[in-house]
Write a protein that binds this ligand. Sequence first.
Ligand code: ARG
Length: 464
Amino acid sequence: MSDSEQKNQSWGGRFSEPTDAFVERFTASVGFDHRLYQQDINGSIAHATMLAKVGVLTEPELKAITEGLEAVREDIEAGRFQWSVALEDVHMNIEAALTERIGIAGKKLHTGRSRNDQVATDIRLYLRDQIDLIAAELTRLQTGLLDLAEREADTIMPGFTHLQSAQPVTFGHHLLAWFEMLTRDAGRLQDCRARLNQSPLGAAALAGTTYPIDRAMTAELLGFDKPTENSLDSVSDRDFAIEFCAFASILLTHLSRASEELILWTSAQFGFIDLPDRFCTGSSIMPQKKNPDVPELVRGKTGRVNGHLVSLLTLMKSQPLAYNKDNQEDKEPLFDTVDTVKDCLRAFADMVPAIQARRDNMYQAAKSGFSTATDLADYLVRKGTPFRDAHEVVGKSVAYGIESGKDLSEMSLDELRQFSNVIEQDVFDVLTLEGSVAARDHIGGTAPAQVRAAVSRARRALGG
Ligand code: ARG
């Protein structure tokens, strides 16, 4: 960033001394908003095209502006552009470069426009582009989850409540629970996109403009559904950024929950999965270590994303209409949220297909946690025992199992009959893990057949 000799002339007329050097740096946003250059140039071309159509610019002026802006775009992309802090932000940097190139026509570009509607337009365009990239990455992760869930539809693991072994479930079913969370996230993302896709351009500083502008035309040129309704609201509204950050916070909350499980499952104590070495790191002192850094970091990133949501909510709280300089503070939290979401989704989308289930360990864990106790109670109820009594019988059987070191399925019929004489040989059909999961055979249940059916419904919904 060069703090060039170039002085900001945009408001020079009214001022009798130059901006204080510290204030210039303090108020500048070009250090971070230069990332909006594509949207800024596209927005300016649309604005100029409209001005030419309504007769405010001549065709030769429009041609000069359009070609000039494309040349500026090339300079930026080639790394030749000198961003100047003295020119404050991306908008004035680009406009100054345009004027330097094409002369007087460049000075006409800002007719009927303000940086207030310009920046509001740029951020919406930027966020819309990013939302489309994020949606695609979310779909990639969801597809990976479906593939893994299908592969692991028959794999039995303990299901937990209170992180205590509760009932056996299939690993595929567990993965589909993650999938559902992400489906809601994808819906929230599209809701946000639909609401942001309106054009603030033409609201000008706050009240609209006296030129005969055609807002529907610029909206259409920029791919917006329609122009926004109220000029005061248009320049001051940042709901779309808050909504996006709320989406991001919920998404990261989900990814942090999945991360937490991956971290637990890779531990020696669980041993349910292996993550390939490329997603892990070692320790510089403990040679035996293989740390699940990627999920740990995703879990940690949730904190900063939540922080950005609170920043934006607090930024907007109590702001009077219309534009206030406070709004310039919207960008860094929003940009960092976008970057963080993209990185975390990429990490997960790359990692999920590489998860290796340690099926034997999962099976043994399901077996050793008395996870079919509810199945035994249901069996007793089917044989006429009232549920509360059945609960008592099973409780005693489990206590015996703990003492004797046996799972329910490992006890003999005689051992089981000590607690209830309605128990017969057929009890072993329900005490097996396979019998237990297969019996939960309804929509949303853990039976392997239901997991397969859910995967194919989900594939259809994803459009795959
Ligand atoms: N850099 C400013 C922002 O990000 C652009 C709008 C400035 N408008 C103004 N009236 N100072 O919000």
